[in-house]
Design a protein around this ligand. Sequence first.
Ligand code: FAD
Length: 325
Amino acid sequence: NSSRIAIIGAGIAGLACATALRQAGFQVTLFDKSRGAGGRMSTRRGADWQCDHGAQYFTARNPEFRAEVSRWERAGVAAHWQLQLRGLDADGCSGGAPVERFVGVPRMSSIGAWLAADLVLHTGMAISALQREDNVWRLHVQDEGPLAHRYDMVVLAVPAPQAVPLLGQVAPLQAALAAGTNMAGCWAMMLEYAQPLALDFNAAFLNAGPLRWVARDSAKPGRSGRESWLLHASAEWSEAHIELDADSIAAQLLAAFITLGGQVPQRWSVHRWRYASTPQARNDVCLWEAGQGLGMCGDWLNGGTVEAAWLSGHALAQRIIAGPA
Ligand code: FAD
């Protein structure tokens, strides 16, 4: 098959779709507005320090996804995370449910980077519009205009709110569907310490106050470098404070961490995820309009996790490969 496919978004959904299509012989080109692949499976890096500030870990309950994770493990870019987990709430502690958790090694962004190494990926390219003429697609790049290349099919592998402006003119029904899917933000705070903190847990879910999750990032498998902690605010708190300035966010999240036994860090930074989670993800798995050659995949169509996003991208590729019914 020599069909040319453009995939917009090189998060795990776009990468899964691209990998399967490429194996089936399609000519696949990925575009992403950021500097690298992986999307929300990302890591902030400094001198002798790093911190995963998006997805913290992932599950692999589906057998097909578990097989893919085994491939990543063999390549040395993923590992099982046997964490000391505490579910702390206002009244004390309760243990977390037993579930197999995996992380990217040596950092979460390693998985996207590894998958992208086999693919054609253009980074730093924000696609601003799609145009359909004479049964082919053209892509417009923000501040640059239309690309010369034409594509037989286009896949949108971006969060729902970011799909809306691209779908607007060319696929109003799909645009409305994406517009009807709410995604919640998340404030993340990264902390760097000279010495390990004397806390008796490496990760905890929290049910009270601004924080939802804290983790000793430097205790994940395959890490080296200085002590690193990650704090995630809850979706509700993040949404209520989404426009607040970074200093005020940091002050409140750090104060909450100190009540858990944390300390003032040597260095800190915050990151605002505008579209982190999908409170009510759809159950479509993926969407494919064969007549138009337009597909959509991503976590928001399938349950809001890394595993769901990979399965969505992989399923879309299978539908494209199957061809017209
Ligand atoms: P994304 O990873 O968002 O990829 C979309 C890509 O599209 C991005 O790279 C973006 O740059 C690009 N893009 C968007 N618009 C354009 C455009 N116009 N042009 C070009 N490129 C564009 N999941 C778990 O399983 N476990 C967790 O513990 C977990 N914790 C999380 C914590 C946080 C703070 C966040 C943010 C997410 C978390 N998730 C977690 C969710 C998980 O990260 C996502 O479900 C998954 O990574 C989504 O993958 P995706 O490919 O659908 O989207």
